[in-house]
Design a binder for this molecule. Sequence first.
Ligand code: FES
Length: 101
Amino acid sequence: MKYKKHVFVCTNQKDAGKKSCGAEHGAALVEAFKADLKERGLQVEIRAQRTGCLDVCGKGPALVVYPEGVFYGNVQLEDVAEIVESHLVNNQPVERLTLKF
Ligand code: FES
């Protein structure tokens, strides 16, 4: 596998009036993950990128981390460092933000 972890952040934008990650701060989250990973020198082994709708729109802004397939919801910009540190670096998902199905 090329990456140790792969973060897909929803940046889907729906029509005005409908809740969507892109209408909130999905794109800013992608940039925040990229910046944090780069700062730590981890951008080669851990990749963050935008993706389309993850089908949990009501719980967004949403993202999913692979290979575990752990979904996160209501992710704020100030949560990024904690997700990187705890989950991406130390393999401990941030439970308060994970979505259970
Ligand atoms: S718009 Fe983000 S999960 Fe659907």
